[in-house]
Design a protein. Structure first.
Length: 387
């Protein structure tokens, strides 16, 4: 389980450490930084896919994603006795991402420091570079137990006695060590962490419009993991029924829709989701169901996956849902947390309250452009590796 995520220098996240529980709720008003924190989690997962640099480019490049305020915000600035103004820069330009974890045998943490090239003659001179990467065990302290580290082009991995030995010397500045130095023999910790990050799952664009793929009849194949847009919903639901937990599926539907039942209509290999409702003489097809109903069915398929991920992140799952579906969704999230760690980013105060009794809840707020946790008294310490 991840115990905390840390971000420095990314958009409104000047310096923040967010403790995580089995279920974590991130809430707050518009513009407080919830989306930035969600994207930071996605960037960490992208590091294991070799897409970190490309993902930052898709956001406008490193320069446009960096914290835009002063490097340090003084007490006088916060009190309003002096205006917010630039200060003498003491640190290099950097975007830093990291997390730490706990568990039997897999308490691995990761931290990455991205910056700009010192000098370059390349046309890609604004591409971010990997400056430092660290894989460690336990919390990120001043002297963590380092299992692997990358500084510049060199990667070193700890041997059985804890001594760091060189496994790569010429890693390109735009390549991460998780994708280019992981090896089952020479660097098993890198490989284990890479595969763990690749298993993170994100849902923030479940399409329910009239032309959405989930409303169409589609060729169905076994689908233990729902796609990001929910287009293979019918196949995912049928997979749960055949190799997952069909009782949990039926209970989740009946809990939300007063005894309704979902089935998959199969014709010539084409799958369609249909819903049987009490009092109706025929089932309603996917094209007839409301946006909220379709979204809820997709969330059921995501949360009841026969292959639960290490981390499942839901971004604004309440979109299009009727208020009566909030409580069933909260119950579904808590039930799914027995098999996966879950982070819910939400605008909905009702969903946050419904999840709160058994979740870690963080309300974000913004002060002088900086995102902060409203009550960060219990935030764990974090020390970034030095370049």
């Amino acid at each position: 389980m991840l115990t905390a995520i840390a971000v420095s220098g990314y958009r409104s996240l000047r310096e923040i450490v967010v403790p995580l529980g089995r279920v974590t709720v991130i809430t707050g008003p518009n513009g407080a930084g919830k989306s930035s924190l969600y994207r930071a989690l996605r960037l960490l997962a992208d590091a294991a896919q070799g897409r970190l640099v490309a993902s930052l480019a898709g956001e406008g490049g490193l320069a446009s994603t960096l914290w835009a305020g002063p490097e340090r915000i003084s007490r006088e600035m916060r009190e309003g006795t002096v205006p917010v103004q630039g200060t003498v820069r003491r640190e290099r330009v950097a975007l830093k991402l990291g997390f730490c974890g706990e568990g039997d045998g897999d308490a691995l943490g990761y931290a990455v420091d991205l910056g700009l090239p010192v000098t370059t003659t390349s046309a890609f001179g604004l591409d971010p570079e990997y400056k430092v990467e660290t894989v460690f065990s336990g919390p990120m302290r001043a002297r963590p137990v380092v299992l692997a580290e990358r500084r510049g082009p060199m990667v070193r991995v700890a041997d059985d006695e804890g001594r760091l030995r060189v496994v790569a010397q010429h890693l390109a500045p735009f390549d991460g060590m998780l994708t280019h130095a992981a090896d089952p023999r020479g660097a098993p910790e890198l490989l284990a962490l890479r595969e763990r990050l690749r298993a993170f799952r994100f849902y923030d664009h479940l399409r329910t419009d009239p032309d959405a793929p989930m409303r169409q009849r589609r060729v169905g194949t076994r689908t233990p993991v729902l796609s990001g847009d929910g287009g293979d919903l019918a196949a995912a639901l049928q997979t749960i029924r055949e190799i997952g937990d069909p009782r949990a599926l039926d209970d989740a539907i009946a809990d939300a829709f007063d005894g309704a039942r979902v089935a998959i209509d199969v014709e010539a290999g084409l799958f369609e989701t249909v819903m049987h409702q009490p009092g109706l003489l025929r089932p309603l097809g996917a094209r007839e169901l409301s946006d909220g109903t379709m979204r809820y069915l997709a969330l059921v398929a995501a949360l009841l996956s026969p292959r639960p991920p290490a981390l499942l992140v839901l971004n604004e799952p309440e979109t299009s849902l009727h208020p009566d579906l909030i409580a069933p969704l909260a119950r579904l999230v808590h039930a799914a947390s027995d098999r996966a760690q879950i982070v819910v980013v939400t605008h909905s105060a009702a969903l946050a309250r419904a999840l709160a009794p058994d979740a870690v809840v963080h309300r974000l707020e913004k002060s002088l452009g900086e995102t902060r946790i409203a009550d960060d008294a219990d935030a764990p310490g974090w020390v970034w590796p030095k370049r």
